[in-house]
Design a protein around this ligand. Structure first.
Ligand code: SF4
Length: 63
């Protein structure tokens, strides 16, 4: 699974970082960035939780 944050849509709320700190971090510009492009198998559920929890739908996940 690949993940990507649309920085135009991200409001920097930090929810994804809280849910999945191994996968997302709030960068210097105040928006979230994916720390990895390919999500390890054991972190997929966590990635999906972050995708579902993003209030603006800014995280894109792709199998
Ligand atoms: S949950 Fe969504 S809006 Fe909030 S920081 Fe993460 S990507 Fe941005």
């Amino acid at each position: 699974m690949k993940i990507k944050v649309n920085s135009e849509a991200c409001i920097g709320c930090g929810a994804c970082e809280q849910i999945a700190k191994d996968l997302f971090e709030i960068g210097d510009e105040g928006v979230s960035k994916a720390k990895v492009s390919e999500v390890p198998e054991d972190k997929k559920a966590m990635a999906q939780e972050a995708i579902d929890g993003c209030p603006t739908g800014a995280i894109q996940g792709e199998e």
